[in-house]
Design a protein around this ligand. Structure first.
Ligand SMILES: Cc1ncc(COP(=O)(O)O)c(C=O)c1O
Length: 408
Protein backbone atom coordinates (compact mmCIF):
# COMPACT_ATOMS: atom_id res chain seq x y z
CA UNK A 1 0.00 0.00 0.00
CA UNK A 2 1.27 3.47 -0.89
CA UNK A 3 2.61 5.46 2.03
CA UNK A 4 3.48 8.66 0.20
CA UNK A 5 0.68 11.21 -0.18
CA UNK A 6 1.60 11.72 -3.84
CA UNK A 7 0.59 8.08 -4.36
CA UNK A 8 -2.62 8.30 -2.32
CA UNK A 9 -1.23 7.89 1.23
CA UNK A 10 -2.06 10.18 4.16
CA UNK A 11 -0.06 13.45 4.17
CA UNK A 12 2.15 14.24 7.17
CA UNK A 13 0.39 17.57 7.52
CA UNK A 14 -2.97 18.59 6.16
CA UNK A 15 -3.45 21.73 8.26
CA UNK A 16 -2.03 24.88 6.68
CA UNK A 17 1.00 26.49 8.33
CA UNK A 18 0.50 29.90 9.99
CA UNK A 19 0.44 32.56 7.28
CA UNK A 20 3.08 35.21 6.80
CA UNK A 21 2.72 38.16 7.17
CA UNK A 22 0.33 38.90 10.01
CA UNK A 23 -0.43 42.47 11.04
CA UNK A 24 -1.02 43.59 14.62
CA UNK A 25 -3.77 45.76 16.08
CA UNK A 26 -1.11 48.42 16.76
CA UNK A 27 -0.26 48.51 13.04
CA UNK A 28 -3.94 48.72 12.06
CA UNK A 29 -4.27 51.61 14.52
CA UNK A 30 -1.21 53.37 13.09
CA UNK A 31 -2.65 53.10 9.56
CA UNK A 32 -6.04 54.35 10.75
CA UNK A 33 -4.37 57.29 12.53
CA UNK A 34 -2.68 58.33 9.29
CA UNK A 35 -6.05 58.26 7.50
CA UNK A 36 -7.83 60.11 10.31
CA UNK A 37 -5.06 62.69 10.37
CA UNK A 38 -5.75 63.41 6.69
CA UNK A 39 -2.11 63.14 5.51
CA UNK A 40 -1.72 60.01 3.41
CA UNK A 41 1.05 61.59 1.40
CA UNK A 42 4.37 62.53 2.85
CA UNK A 43 5.50 65.52 0.82
CA UNK A 44 2.82 68.16 1.42
CA UNK A 45 3.47 68.75 5.12
CA UNK A 46 1.72 66.93 7.94
CA UNK A 47 3.21 64.27 10.20
CA UNK A 48 6.70 63.08 9.26
CA UNK A 49 5.93 59.36 8.91
CA UNK A 50 8.20 58.75 5.94
CA UNK A 51 11.06 60.82 7.35
CA UNK A 52 10.64 59.02 10.68
CA UNK A 53 10.79 55.59 9.01
CA UNK A 54 13.82 56.62 6.95
CA UNK A 55 15.64 57.81 10.08
CA UNK A 56 14.79 54.65 12.02
CA UNK A 57 15.79 52.44 9.07
CA UNK A 58 19.13 54.21 8.65
CA UNK A 59 19.82 53.96 12.38
CA UNK A 60 18.92 50.24 12.52
CA UNK A 61 21.39 49.60 9.67
CA UNK A 62 24.13 51.88 10.93
CA UNK A 63 23.81 53.70 7.59
CA UNK A 64 24.17 57.43 7.13
CA UNK A 65 21.06 57.65 4.92
CA UNK A 66 17.88 55.79 3.99
CA UNK A 67 15.60 56.95 1.17
CA UNK A 68 12.12 55.40 1.05
CA UNK A 69 10.63 54.41 -2.32
CA UNK A 70 7.41 52.94 -3.66
CA UNK A 71 8.81 49.38 -3.95
CA UNK A 72 12.00 47.34 -4.25
CA UNK A 73 12.16 47.59 -8.03
CA UNK A 74 12.09 51.38 -7.88
CA UNK A 75 14.70 51.28 -5.10
CA UNK A 76 17.02 49.46 -7.54
CA UNK A 77 16.15 51.89 -10.33
CA UNK A 78 16.86 54.90 -8.10
CA UNK A 79 20.13 53.34 -6.87
CA UNK A 80 21.37 52.68 -10.41
CA UNK A 81 20.43 56.16 -11.59
CA UNK A 82 21.94 57.79 -8.50
CA UNK A 83 25.19 55.93 -9.22
CA UNK A 84 25.18 57.41 -12.71
CA UNK A 85 24.55 54.09 -14.51
CA UNK A 86 23.02 54.66 -17.94
CA UNK A 87 23.16 53.95 -21.69
CA UNK A 88 26.10 51.80 -22.86
CA UNK A 89 27.04 50.76 -19.32
CA UNK A 90 27.10 47.08 -18.39
CA UNK A 91 25.98 45.89 -14.98
CA UNK A 92 26.79 42.41 -13.70
CA UNK A 93 23.90 40.58 -12.07
CA UNK A 94 23.27 36.99 -11.00
CA UNK A 95 20.86 34.95 -13.13
CA UNK A 96 19.22 33.24 -10.15
CA UNK A 97 17.10 36.04 -8.70
CA UNK A 98 13.78 37.79 -9.17
CA UNK A 99 13.38 39.52 -12.53
CA UNK A 100 13.59 43.02 -10.98
CA UNK A 101 17.30 42.66 -10.19
CA UNK A 102 18.04 42.56 -13.93
CA UNK A 103 15.06 44.49 -15.30
CA UNK A 104 15.97 47.51 -13.16
CA UNK A 105 19.20 47.67 -15.18
CA UNK A 106 17.12 47.88 -18.37
CA UNK A 107 15.02 50.59 -16.68
CA UNK A 108 18.24 52.59 -16.38
CA UNK A 109 18.87 51.90 -20.11
CA UNK A 110 21.96 49.90 -19.23
CA UNK A 111 22.83 46.31 -20.18
CA UNK A 112 22.59 43.47 -17.66
CA UNK A 113 25.31 40.81 -17.93
CA UNK A 114 24.79 37.53 -16.10
CA UNK A 115 27.68 36.09 -14.10
CA UNK A 116 27.43 32.69 -12.45
CA UNK A 117 26.72 32.09 -8.78
CA UNK A 118 28.67 30.15 -6.19
CA UNK A 119 26.96 26.98 -4.97
CA UNK A 120 27.41 27.73 -1.27
CA UNK A 121 25.02 30.68 -0.90
CA UNK A 122 23.68 31.02 -4.47
CA UNK A 123 25.10 34.57 -4.59
CA UNK A 124 27.42 36.00 -7.27
CA UNK A 125 30.74 34.17 -7.56
CA UNK A 126 33.62 36.70 -7.47
CA UNK A 127 35.63 34.71 -10.03
CA UNK A 128 32.64 34.47 -12.37
CA UNK A 129 32.18 38.24 -12.05
CA UNK A 130 35.82 38.74 -12.94
CA UNK A 131 35.33 36.59 -16.06
CA UNK A 132 32.46 38.79 -17.30
CA UNK A 133 34.18 42.16 -16.85
CA UNK A 134 34.59 44.38 -19.92
CA UNK A 135 35.75 47.99 -20.25
CA UNK A 136 32.02 48.85 -20.16
CA UNK A 137 31.30 47.23 -16.79
CA UNK A 138 30.34 49.96 -14.34
CA UNK A 139 28.54 48.15 -11.54
CA UNK A 140 27.36 44.87 -10.07
CA UNK A 141 24.14 44.10 -8.26
CA UNK A 142 24.80 41.57 -5.53
CA UNK A 143 21.73 39.65 -4.34
CA UNK A 144 21.68 38.19 -0.83
CA UNK A 145 19.38 35.43 -2.03
CA UNK A 146 17.04 33.89 0.52
CA UNK A 147 18.67 36.04 3.23
CA UNK A 148 22.15 34.41 2.90
CA UNK A 149 24.80 37.15 2.58
CA UNK A 150 26.74 36.70 -0.66
CA UNK A 151 30.56 36.46 -0.64
CA UNK A 152 30.97 40.16 0.10
CA UNK A 153 34.69 39.89 0.89
CA UNK A 154 35.46 38.43 -2.53
CA UNK A 155 33.00 40.64 -4.40
CA UNK A 156 34.18 43.88 -2.77
CA UNK A 157 37.76 42.94 -3.67
CA UNK A 158 36.79 42.61 -7.36
CA UNK A 159 34.87 45.88 -7.17
CA UNK A 160 37.82 47.69 -5.59
CA UNK A 161 40.25 46.35 -8.19
CA UNK A 162 38.04 47.45 -11.09
CA UNK A 163 36.41 50.54 -9.63
CA UNK A 164 32.88 49.16 -9.83
CA UNK A 165 29.81 50.48 -8.05
CA UNK A 166 28.34 47.79 -5.78
CA UNK A 167 24.58 47.76 -5.27
CA UNK A 168 23.30 45.22 -2.77
CA UNK A 169 19.84 43.84 -3.53
CA UNK A 170 18.66 43.08 0.00
CA UNK A 171 15.04 42.30 -0.91
CA UNK A 172 15.38 38.95 0.91
CA UNK A 173 17.79 39.94 3.64
CA UNK A 174 16.45 42.54 6.10
CA UNK A 175 18.64 42.28 9.20
CA UNK A 176 21.21 39.86 7.72
CA UNK A 177 24.85 40.70 8.52
CA UNK A 178 28.35 40.09 7.27
CA UNK A 179 31.42 40.85 9.39
CA UNK A 180 29.15 42.57 11.90
CA UNK A 181 27.72 44.96 9.32
CA UNK A 182 24.13 44.89 8.14
CA UNK A 183 23.77 43.99 4.46
CA UNK A 184 22.89 47.07 2.46
CA UNK A 185 25.74 49.04 4.05
CA UNK A 186 28.74 47.10 2.71
CA UNK A 187 28.54 48.15 -0.94
CA UNK A 188 27.84 51.68 -2.18
CA UNK A 189 24.06 51.37 -2.05
CA UNK A 190 21.60 48.89 -0.54
CA UNK A 191 18.10 48.27 -1.91
CA UNK A 192 15.26 46.74 0.08
CA UNK A 193 11.73 45.60 -0.78
CA UNK A 194 8.81 45.66 1.64
CA UNK A 195 6.55 43.70 -0.71
CA UNK A 196 3.93 41.48 0.95
CA UNK A 197 6.04 38.31 1.34
CA UNK A 198 9.22 39.96 2.55
CA UNK A 199 10.77 39.77 6.03
CA UNK A 200 9.70 43.36 6.61
CA UNK A 201 6.32 43.24 4.95
CA UNK A 202 4.26 46.35 4.22
CA UNK A 203 2.31 45.18 1.15
CA UNK A 204 4.51 47.39 -1.04
CA UNK A 205 7.45 49.70 -0.40
CA UNK A 206 11.20 49.99 -0.81
CA UNK A 207 14.28 51.65 0.68
CA UNK A 208 17.71 52.69 -0.54
CA UNK A 209 20.51 52.84 2.03
CA UNK A 210 23.89 54.47 1.59
CA UNK A 211 26.73 56.01 3.54
CA UNK A 212 27.46 58.53 0.80
CA UNK A 213 25.97 62.03 1.20
CA UNK A 214 26.26 62.58 -2.54
CA UNK A 215 24.50 59.34 -3.54
CA UNK A 216 21.79 59.98 -0.94
CA UNK A 217 21.11 63.44 -2.27
CA UNK A 218 20.87 62.16 -5.84
CA UNK A 219 18.66 59.22 -4.83
CA UNK A 220 16.26 61.48 -2.91
CA UNK A 221 16.04 63.87 -5.85
CA UNK A 222 15.42 61.10 -8.40
CA UNK A 223 12.72 59.65 -6.17
CA UNK A 224 10.87 62.97 -5.77
CA UNK A 225 10.94 64.91 -9.02
CA UNK A 226 13.93 67.00 -8.12
CA UNK A 227 16.88 65.17 -9.60
CA UNK A 228 18.68 65.57 -12.89
CA UNK A 229 18.53 64.79 -15.76
CA UNK A 230 15.16 63.00 -15.38
CA UNK A 231 13.45 62.31 -12.10
CA UNK A 232 10.32 60.54 -11.01
CA UNK A 233 7.59 60.14 -8.45
CA UNK A 234 8.66 56.95 -6.69
CA UNK A 235 7.57 57.96 -3.19
CA UNK A 236 6.38 55.84 -0.30
CA UNK A 237 3.03 56.71 1.31
CA UNK A 238 2.57 57.80 4.92
CA UNK A 239 0.49 54.71 5.70
CA UNK A 240 3.26 52.34 4.62
CA UNK A 241 5.85 54.29 6.57
CA UNK A 242 3.73 54.39 9.75
CA UNK A 243 3.28 50.60 9.66
CA UNK A 244 6.93 50.12 8.66
CA UNK A 245 8.18 51.94 11.71
CA UNK A 246 6.32 49.54 13.99
CA UNK A 247 7.29 46.40 12.09
CA UNK A 248 10.96 47.42 12.05
CA UNK A 249 10.85 47.17 15.84
CA UNK A 250 9.77 43.51 15.54
CA UNK A 251 12.26 42.47 12.85
CA UNK A 252 15.07 41.24 15.12
CA UNK A 253 12.78 39.09 17.27
CA UNK A 254 11.16 37.60 14.16
CA UNK A 255 14.55 36.87 12.59
CA UNK A 256 15.63 35.22 15.86
CA UNK A 257 12.61 32.92 15.66
CA UNK A 258 13.50 32.05 12.05
CA UNK A 259 17.06 31.22 13.16
CA UNK A 260 15.73 28.97 15.94
CA UNK A 261 13.50 27.26 13.38
CA UNK A 262 16.49 26.82 11.05
CA UNK A 263 18.67 25.42 13.86
CA UNK A 264 16.02 22.79 14.65
CA UNK A 265 15.82 21.76 10.99
CA UNK A 266 19.62 21.75 10.57
CA UNK A 267 19.83 19.24 13.41
CA UNK A 268 17.05 16.97 12.12
CA UNK A 269 18.29 17.07 8.51
CA UNK A 270 21.83 16.21 9.59
CA UNK A 271 20.44 12.74 10.35
CA UNK A 272 18.94 12.21 6.87
CA UNK A 273 20.89 11.03 3.82
CA UNK A 274 21.09 12.97 0.57
CA UNK A 275 20.19 16.46 1.82
CA UNK A 276 22.41 19.22 3.21
CA UNK A 277 21.16 22.46 4.76
CA UNK A 278 22.67 25.48 2.99
CA UNK A 279 25.39 27.05 5.13
CA UNK A 280 26.33 30.74 5.31
CA UNK A 281 29.83 32.09 4.77
CA UNK A 282 31.94 32.52 7.87
CA UNK A 283 31.09 35.75 9.73
CA UNK A 284 27.66 35.97 8.09
CA UNK A 285 24.34 36.01 9.93
CA UNK A 286 21.44 34.73 7.84
CA UNK A 287 17.97 36.29 7.83
CA UNK A 288 15.98 33.29 6.61
CA UNK A 289 13.68 34.55 3.86
CA UNK A 290 13.68 30.90 2.82
CA UNK A 291 15.24 27.85 4.40
CA UNK A 292 17.37 26.26 1.66
CA UNK A 293 18.35 22.61 1.29
CA UNK A 294 20.77 21.16 -1.22
CA UNK A 295 19.76 17.71 -2.41
CA UNK A 296 22.25 15.22 -3.73
CA UNK A 297 22.14 15.28 -7.54
CA UNK A 298 22.15 11.54 -8.04
CA UNK A 299 21.40 10.28 -4.56
CA UNK A 300 17.66 9.66 -4.81
CA UNK A 301 17.43 8.38 -8.37
CA UNK A 302 14.29 10.43 -8.99
CA UNK A 303 13.90 13.73 -10.80
CA UNK A 304 14.20 16.90 -8.74
CA UNK A 305 10.72 17.89 -9.85
CA UNK A 306 9.20 14.61 -8.69
CA UNK A 307 10.93 14.91 -5.33
CA UNK A 308 9.50 18.41 -4.82
CA UNK A 309 6.02 17.27 -5.86
CA UNK A 310 6.17 14.48 -3.28
CA UNK A 311 7.24 16.94 -0.55
CA UNK A 312 4.45 19.39 -1.42
CA UNK A 313 1.91 16.54 -1.38
CA UNK A 314 2.98 15.78 2.21
CA UNK A 315 2.15 19.40 3.16
CA UNK A 316 5.53 21.19 2.83
CA UNK A 317 4.96 24.97 2.70
CA UNK A 318 6.08 25.48 -0.90
CA UNK A 319 8.34 28.33 -1.91
CA UNK A 320 9.39 28.61 -5.51
CA UNK A 321 12.99 29.25 -6.46
CA UNK A 322 14.08 31.39 -9.36
CA UNK A 323 14.74 29.72 -12.67
CA UNK A 324 17.76 31.24 -14.44
CA UNK A 325 16.74 34.57 -15.95
CA UNK A 326 18.10 33.57 -19.36
CA UNK A 327 14.83 31.61 -19.61
CA UNK A 328 12.79 34.81 -19.24
CA UNK A 329 11.24 36.23 -22.40
CA UNK A 330 12.87 39.66 -21.93
CA UNK A 331 16.33 38.12 -22.22
CA UNK A 332 15.38 35.59 -24.87
CA UNK A 333 14.13 38.46 -27.03
CA UNK A 334 16.89 40.90 -25.95
CA UNK A 335 14.32 43.63 -25.80
CA UNK A 336 13.43 45.98 -22.97
CA UNK A 337 11.06 48.39 -24.65
CA UNK A 338 9.56 46.66 -27.70
CA UNK A 339 12.07 48.09 -30.18
CA UNK A 340 15.20 46.38 -29.03
CA UNK A 341 16.23 49.14 -26.61
CA UNK A 342 18.54 49.42 -24.78
CA UNK A 343 20.43 46.64 -26.59
CA UNK A 344 20.17 48.46 -29.93
CA UNK A 345 20.98 51.86 -28.45
CA UNK A 346 23.65 53.49 -30.68
CA UNK A 347 25.61 54.52 -27.58
CA UNK A 348 26.05 50.77 -27.02
CA UNK A 349 26.28 49.46 -30.57
CA UNK A 350 28.85 52.07 -31.55
CA UNK A 351 31.30 50.92 -28.88
CA UNK A 352 30.72 47.17 -29.23
CA UNK A 353 31.01 44.54 -31.93
CA UNK A 354 28.14 42.02 -32.18
CA UNK A 355 30.40 39.40 -30.56
CA UNK A 356 30.94 41.69 -27.55
CA UNK A 357 27.21 42.10 -26.84
CA UNK A 358 25.61 39.72 -24.38
CA UNK A 359 23.81 36.66 -25.66
CA UNK A 360 21.67 35.36 -22.84
CA UNK A 361 22.62 31.72 -22.90
CA UNK A 362 22.05 29.59 -19.82
CA UNK A 363 25.14 27.58 -20.69
CA UNK A 364 27.13 30.63 -19.49
CA UNK A 365 25.99 30.09 -15.91
CA UNK A 366 26.11 26.31 -15.38
CA UNK A 367 26.09 26.49 -11.58
CA UNK A 368 22.87 28.54 -11.49
CA UNK A 369 21.21 26.16 -13.94
CA UNK A 370 22.31 23.04 -12.07
CA UNK A 371 21.34 24.42 -8.66
CA UNK A 372 17.86 25.34 -9.90
CA UNK A 373 17.19 22.23 -11.98
CA UNK A 374 18.78 19.59 -9.77
CA UNK A 375 19.72 20.69 -6.28
CA UNK A 376 17.83 23.40 -4.38
CA UNK A 377 14.65 22.86 -2.40
CA UNK A 378 13.42 25.85 -0.42
CA UNK A 379 10.52 26.76 1.81
CA UNK A 380 9.53 29.40 4.36
CA UNK A 381 10.01 29.14 8.13
CA UNK A 382 8.39 32.41 9.21
CA UNK A 383 7.04 33.03 12.70
CA UNK A 384 4.68 32.47 14.39
CA UNK A 385 5.54 28.95 13.14
CA UNK A 386 7.85 27.38 15.70
CA UNK A 387 9.20 24.01 16.81
CA UNK A 388 5.92 22.09 16.40
CA UNK A 389 5.65 23.18 12.75
CA UNK A 390 9.36 22.58 12.11
CA UNK A 391 8.91 19.04 13.47
CA UNK A 392 6.21 18.44 10.83
CA UNK A 393 8.50 19.79 8.10
CA UNK A 394 11.36 17.52 9.20
CA UNK A 395 8.92 14.57 9.37
CA UNK A 396 7.84 15.34 5.79
CA UNK A 397 11.42 14.99 4.53
CA UNK A 398 12.04 11.92 6.66
CA UNK A 399 8.93 10.23 5.27
CA UNK A 400 9.70 11.05 1.63
CA UNK A 401 13.35 10.05 1.87
CA UNK A 402 12.58 6.84 3.76
CA UNK A 403 10.01 5.87 1.13
CA UNK A 404 11.90 7.18 -1.88
CA UNK A 405 11.51 3.80 -3.62
CA UNK A 406 7.86 4.69 -4.21
CA UNK A 407 8.96 7.55 -6.48
CA UNK A 408 11.38 5.52 -8.57
C1 LIG B 1 15.61 39.70 -5.14
C2 LIG B 1 14.54 40.72 -5.40
N1 LIG B 1 14.89 41.93 -5.87
C3 LIG B 1 13.98 42.89 -6.10
C4 LIG B 1 12.64 42.67 -5.88
C5 LIG B 1 11.66 43.74 -6.23
O1 LIG B 1 10.92 44.19 -5.14
P1 LIG B 1 9.42 44.73 -5.32
O2 LIG B 1 8.54 43.56 -5.55
O3 LIG B 1 9.15 45.41 -4.01
O4 LIG B 1 9.42 45.67 -6.46
C6 LIG B 1 12.22 41.45 -5.36
C7 LIG B 1 10.79 41.22 -5.08
O5 LIG B 1 10.24 40.17 -5.00
C8 LIG B 1 13.18 40.43 -5.13
O6 LIG B 1 12.82 39.22 -4.68
Amino acid sequence: MAKLAINGGTPVRSEPFAVWPQYTEEEAQAAADVVRGGWLVAHHGGPRHVEGFQEAYAEYHGAAHAIATSNGTTALHVALMAAGIGPADEVIVPPMTFLATASSVLMANAIPVFADIEPQTLGLDPEAVRARLTPRTKAMIVVHLNGFPADMDGLMAVADEHDLVVIEDCAHAHGAEHNGRKVGTIGDLGCFSFQHKKLLSLGEGGMVTTNSDELAERAAGLRTFSGLPLSYNLRMTGIHAAIGNIRLGRLDAENDQRRRNAAYLDERFSQLPGITPQQAHENSTVAYYNYVLHCSRAGFGVSHEKLQEALLAEGLPGAYGYSPLQRHVTFQMCDGYGRGCPFKCPFYTEITTPEQRPVYDEADTPVAVDMYDNVVVQFTIHPPNGEAEMKDIADIFEKVITNIDELR
